[in-house]
Ligand binder design. Structure first.
Ligand code: URA
Length: 434
């Protein structure tokens, strides 16, 4: 077998065999296939697509290229949750304690942010002393002891994906559904959980702007999960505006705490309850989604979800006093309003611009090694469909230098659409794909 033949097969729109895919993933990981040949194959895949069988084979080969996490010591059905990312996405910090407070074990590995989306690990790092860099044995011990643990994703999981993703990033081959689906699912299959709940975001603040493509991605990933005997459900959500009020690390932790206290923004609460309800369904708690939503709501009302988050923070060395006093979180020096120049209704946001503004303020990374200012971010006070008067604030910029804050105003302003006519409120949940 040789790589030249493999490239030719895909170039000529023929199906690759399992052996050809295994050969490519193994030999590229070992450094025996140069980047120029791997790029050529990636471009052929990008242009010609892959069959269901090829996508599954690629996922399995990438899963096998790294460590497979063993969570078998933890009793019960472990359900993983993954989001394709968005702006102001604090869902994991709310849903995981809520689900754990229902008695379902939560063993969650999360990523750091890169580019315009921030990762859960960075957000949690804004809690004083909280440690996400714990070892696997401590992670498993914590789930057994308190029913929940969160850690940074192991660098050793799906090693081939790491190398291939870096190559895709510089060869214009990221936006291929077979490559995205196999990349995400190879890491999920290696993460050791029994079932998988995916949130596939779509809209201006998401990786997939187009709803049709987001649906295809969701369906492709659900099918991979089924074939791998890890039942998978995808919830398609709208990311045409930031979720909730805040985007930015410490600000989102504060909002997650407020949501668990029962003071959440309606959109955050809805997304968290629906995602949590499907996680409970996967965990075998109840197939009835309205019942699961009621159960999760009761865990907000009786404070058990909040208590679980507090326990998680203490157990992972963090200062859990932030739960009672969120003002202990890093706080920016300036809160600069962006006022509307006209009266009307908010018709839309370019949510990516809001994510980018958080990065520009220092709250995200352009390169993996960049450090983060946890305090900064954007507070959105008006959402799609809200009425606005001239001179009223649409959002506030939380900045640590006034110049940095003021510099964001014009780009942010141009990312907001205002209509003279009333506009319908945005729907958060677009579909469920099982
Ligand atoms: N996230 C991933 O992990 N992989 C992709 O290809 C795209 C988004």
């Amino acid at each position: 077998m040789n790589i030249n033949e493999i490239i030719k097969t895909k170039r000529d729109q023929k199906e690759l065999t399992t052996e050809q895919i295994d050969f490519f993933v193994r030999e590229y990981s070992l450094g025996n296939i140069p980047d120029y040949q791997a790029s050529s194959l990636l471009m052929a895949i990008y242009l010609n697509g892959m069959s269901e069988k090829e996508i599954y084979d690629l996922t399995v080969a990438m899963t096998a290229s790294g460590e497979i996490v063993d969570l078998s010591q933890i009793e019960g059905i472990k359900v993983d949750k993954h989001s394709t990312g968005g702006i102001g996405d604090k869902v994991t910090m709310v849903v995981m304690p809520l689900v754990a407070s229902c008695g379902v074990p939560v063993a969650k590995m999360s990523g750091r942010g890169l580019g315009y989306t921030q990762g859960t690990i960075d957000k949690l790092d804004s809690i004083p002393n909280f440690r996400t860099d714990i070892e696997m044995d401590e992670f498993i011990r914590n789930v057994k002891r308190i029913g929940i643990a969160l850690m940074g994703q192991s660098e050793k999981v799906a090693l081939a994906d790491k190398k291939l993703y870096a190559l895709r990033d510089v060869t214009a081959t990221v936006e291929s559904i077979p490559l995205i689906a196999s990349s995400i699912m190879s890491k999920k299959l290696a993460a050791g959980c029994d079932k998988i709940l995916l949130e596939v975001t779509c809209g201006s603040g998401a990786f997939m702007e187009d709803e049709v493509r987001a649906r295809v991605l969701a369906r492709t990933m659900v099918d991979i999960g089924r074939k791998a005997r890890k039942e998978t459900i995808a919830v398609l959500t709208n990311m045409n505006q930031p979720l909730g009020k805040y985007a930015g690390n410490a600000l989102e932790v504060k909002e997650a705490i407020e949501t668990l206290k029962g003071n959440g923004e309606p959109d955050v609460v809805r997304v968290c309850l629906v995602l949590g309800a499907y996680m409970l369904k996967l965990a075998g708690v109840d197939d009835n989604i309205p019942n699961n939503i009621k159960l999760l709501q009761s865990k907000i009302d009786n404070g058990e979800g909040l208590e679980k988050f507090k326990e998680l923070i203490s157990r992972q060395w963090g200062d859990s006093r932030v739960i009672d006093d969120p003002e202990m979180l890093p706080k920016a020096k300036y809160r600069i309003p962006l006022n509307s120049l006209e009266a009307g209704y908010i018709a839309g946001f370019d949510a990516k611009v809001i994510g980018q503004a958080v990065v520009n303020l220092g709250g995200g990374r352009l390169k993996k090694e960049d450090s983060i200012d946890y305090a900064v971010g954007i507070e959105t006070v008006k959402k799609i469909g809200d009425e606005i008067k001239e001179g009223e604030p649409i959002l506030y910029i939380h900045a640590n230098t006034e110049t940095q804050g003021l510099l964001q105003i014009e780009t942010l302003r141009s990312s907001i659409k205002i209509s003279k006519e009333p506009v319908e409120k945005a729907k958060e949940i677009l579909d469920i794909i099982e």
